[in-house]
Design a protein around this ligand. Structure first.
Ligand code: ADP
Ligand code: ZN
Ligand code: ZN
Length: 749
């Protein structure tokens, strides 16, 4: 049945998206009016004719019908760029659950008054050899930032000021001092022109391998034949994926098409950006979180006006309004940062596929450890899969030792370092080579395991680990099952049934104690609070100001450290015992990537994986860098348990001021789903309802959190359920309560 009422925004100048007006849709226009369409409406006291955008439809009026005016006509100029954005927002709202306003704000950045943009560039004043010499002198004097700058300028005649400041982490004082010394000059241009040269020849083009050429030709070929598709490039870091992206985009740009390149913020490094600047010069632009709203808005305007062809950025760059989009690249597609944590909780990978479909564009996904979702679709033929197996250059895969921590305990070793790891660290210190110690802190959710046999306390119904609560109970955060915390292991009777409590600080202390001469840097959420501190720690380590870097998952991305020849993964199973179904996948990814940090230069690397569960398939396959082996076991588990991607899962989070209200609403909502979808036989066998129960984090800011899950193989069935629940909540008097929806969740609630 066609909707009867439409919400219309008169002036989509972005400040006003909060103020839609409702109009009646006349019968004869009912097929022509949908979100994104421009319509003529009578507006204001004099009923002047105005043009507005339809943003939403409904069957019920929000005001007395006699107060509503009627849409006069549909504008016949077709869908505009704004119309496209509204359509995407509407899709986000339907597909992921949120208000239309929240969805619009996700897609359309807020317009703000812009100062005249000033952009600076830095040009070298000496010959490259002279700068190189100066860089070496600075390096000896431990003036690392100066050395970095001089080195960069010996390679490039001109560089954007921002690239030096943000990505090479050089202070403006340092740049001024170098200017005074006559090495470089800083110039300001009122209109930003990207200064990196990109004339043919200035970029040292690699000769593409046959594999790379083939992939590029096939993807571009499909596109030219009018068959745009989605492609998954599975290849280890360094296998040449970025060269493939560059090659495809180059041909797209030559055809007058535009490209969006998504790269997680943490991987937007100087080196990567420079490659794009060099290839596309003026026509490329970067969007990242350090840009102000005004700067972001300016990027969007430049894209709309056709001033750029390529935009690079994290998740939000996806919504750049190009008029001739040809390709979207999603690099490191498995990254959890591609999923939005606020409403609408969209996934950039799925949204990219949708946006590409609207533009008849192609999508290229790339990863060394593809998400189960992407690989599953590739295997089912929805995506085309390319495997890139070899690394370019000399670097080889490291030697991996898996150490069983249960054995260490038996031998009386209570240290956080196994004997093997201890021995290898000592060797590195002697040889003047660097070590990375990686602690996977995400798993710090209070799981309990046996130190003798490795047994983990798990929920008998959900196959996820139980969390220890201060009350002394072990609780399942999926279904609410609970049991009393025992003193002895139910498996072997050992009394070493313990929660895991080591943090990065303890590791740092242990290093100081066992290797007093070692210089240590630590990187975790505490040491990277301030802006720039992340890049600072990484560049200090790259400059070999420390022998050992201790850190959380932050350290597995980004920079290359050629002098790192040892990686120690201190407790690989920490993330395994997270209480959610993605734990195995996350562990495999983290261990594989951490291991990949060793031996990037010409020296061979070694990796020590310490674990209580050396036999777990995530660890076994990560040690062998065997993605397919891991995938086969993991997908069997997902399939058996009906977890994504084998089925789909909707999480409904209820946030309430009052605990009982949360419980009651959860009960009412699940009853409703049971009534309409389970008991009446419609989906009685195929739908699974779990909960409601208190969420893993039961209270945040004095607001109580309750959660339930619905699983079904068909995503649209879950959307239907969400729509029904939304309608139900609209009728309730929801005081001090909100409901959030999350499809195929990545986070545990
Ligand atoms: P990935 O994106 O998979 O990490 P890159 O495209 O960044 O891989 O390639 C890694 C390194 O190998 C880069 O320095 C790149 O210039 C180089 N490289 C890639 N392809 C080739 C090639 N065909 N010949 C020579 N070097 C290459
Ligand atoms: Zn035991
Ligand atoms: Zn359970």
């Amino acid at each position: 049945m066609a909707a009867k009422y439409a919400d219309v925004i008169i002036d989509i100048s972005h400040e006003k998206v909060d103020r839609p007006f409702q109009y009646i849709i006349p019968q004869e226009l009912s097929d022509a009016v949908y979100p994104g369409v421009r319509v003529h409406v009578p507006f204001g006291g004099g009923d002047r004719d105005k043009i507005g955008y339809v943003i939403d439809l409904s069957d019920e009026p929000n005001y007395p019908v006699d107060k509503l005016k009627t849409i006069t006509a549909v504008d016949d100029k077709g869908i505009t760029a704004e119309g496209n954005q509204i359509q995407i927002a509407y899709w986000l709202k339907r597909q992921y659950g949120s208000t239309m306003i929240a969805a619009l704000k996700t897609v359309i950045p807020v317009k703000q008054k812009l100062k005249q943009l000033e952009k600076k560039k830095v040009t070298r004043c000496l010959l490259p050899e002279e700068l190189l010499q100066a860089a070496q002198i600075c390096s000896k004097k431990h003036q690392a930032a100066k050395a970095r700058t001089l080195y960069a300028l010996s390679q490039e005649e001109v560089l954007p000021y921002e690239l030096l400041r943000q990505k090479l982490n050089v202070s403006s004082a340092t740049l001024q001092s170098l200017e005074k010394q006559g090495y470089l000059k800083i110039e300001t241009e009122s209109l930003y022109r990207n200064p990196v040269k990109h004339m043919d020849g200035s970029e040292n083009r690699v000769v593409l391998s046959d594999v790379q050429k083939n992939i590029i030709e096939e993807i571009v070929g499909d596109y030219k034949e009018g068959n745009p598709g989605t492609y998954l490039l599975h290849g280890v870091t360094g296998s040449g994926k970025t060269e493939v992206y560059l090659g495809i985009i180059e041909q797209m740009v030559a055809m007058g098409k535009q490209a969006i390149v998504l790269i997680p913020e943490i991987a937007l490094t100087y080196q990567t950006l420079l490659r794009f600047y060099k290839r596309f010069g003026d026509r490329v632009s970067v969007m990242n979180s350090t840009l102000s709203q005004g700067e972001k808005y300016d990027q969007i305007r430049r894209a709309k006006d056709g001033e750029i062809d390529v935009i690079i950025g994290p998740r939000s760059a996806l919504f750049t309004p190009f008029s001739n989009l040809g390709i979207i690249v999603v690099d490191e597609e498995h990254e959890s940062s591609y999923k939005s944590e606020s409403m609408p909780k969209y996934h950039a990978r799925e949204t990219a596929v949708r946006i590409a479909a609207m533009h008849q564009a192609s999508v290229v996904l790339g990863s060394a450890t593809p998400s189960l979702e992407a690989y599953y679709r590739a295997k089912r033929g929805e995506y085309k899969l390319y495997e890139m197996t070899n690394r370019h250059g000399a670097s080889v895969l490291p030697d991996v030792y898996t150490v069983d921590l249960r054995e260490e305990l038996k031998k009386g070793n209570r240290s956080v370092f196994s004997r093997k790891l201890h021995e290898l660290i000592a060797q590195r210190l002697k040889a003047g080579e660097q070590t990375i110690l990686f602690l996977n802190r995400r798993g710090y959710a209070g799981f309990v395991s046996c130190r003798e046999c490795g047994h983990v306390m798990k929920c008998p119904h959900c196959d996820v680990s139980l969390s220890e609560h201060r009350s002394g109970m072990l609780i399942c955060h999926y279904c609410g099952y609970e049991e009393v915390r025992r003193g002895k292991c139910p498996e072997c009777g050992s009394k070493y049934l313990l929660g895991f409590k080591a943090g990065t600080e303890q590791i740092e202390e242990a290093v100081h104690k066992e290797f007093p001469s070692a210089r240590v840097l630590r990187m975790d959420a505490d040491t990277t609070r301030t802006k720039d501190s992340y890049e600072k720690i990484l560049s200090a380590f790259a400059d070999e100001k420390a022998d050992i870097l201790v850190g959380t998952q932050m350290i597995v991305k980004g920079h290359d450290f050629p002098n790192v020849t040892l990686v120690g993964i201190l407790a690989a199973d920490l993330s395994l015992n997270q209480n959610d179904y993605r734990a195995g996948e996350r562990t495999f990814q983290l261990v594989t990537q951490a291991a990949g940090r060793a031996g990037r230069g010409d020296k061979p690397g070694e990796v020590v994986i310490q674990t209580y569960q050396p036999e777990h398939y995530s660890i076994v396959h990560a040690a062998k860098q065997d993605y397919r082996g891991f995938y086969e076991e993991e997908i069997t588990y997902r399939d058996f348990m009906n977890y994504p991607p084998a089925a789909h899962m909707l999480a409904v989070l209820i946030i309430s001021r009052n605990q009982e209200d949360g419980e009651t609403l959860g009960k009412k909502m699940t009853d409703l789903v049971n009534d309409r979808y389970v008991n009446d036989g419609k989906y009685s066998r195929t739908i699974q309802l779990i909960g409601p129960t208190e969420a893993a984090v039961g209270k945040i800011n004095d607001m109580y959190r309750h959660i339930f899950y619905a699983k079904h193989e068909n995503y649209q069935v879950l959307v239907e359920i969400k729509d029904m629940l939304e309608a139900f909540c609209k009728e309730q008097e929801m005081k001090n309560q909100t409901v959030q929806y999350d499809f195929d969740p990545i986070n545990t609630y």
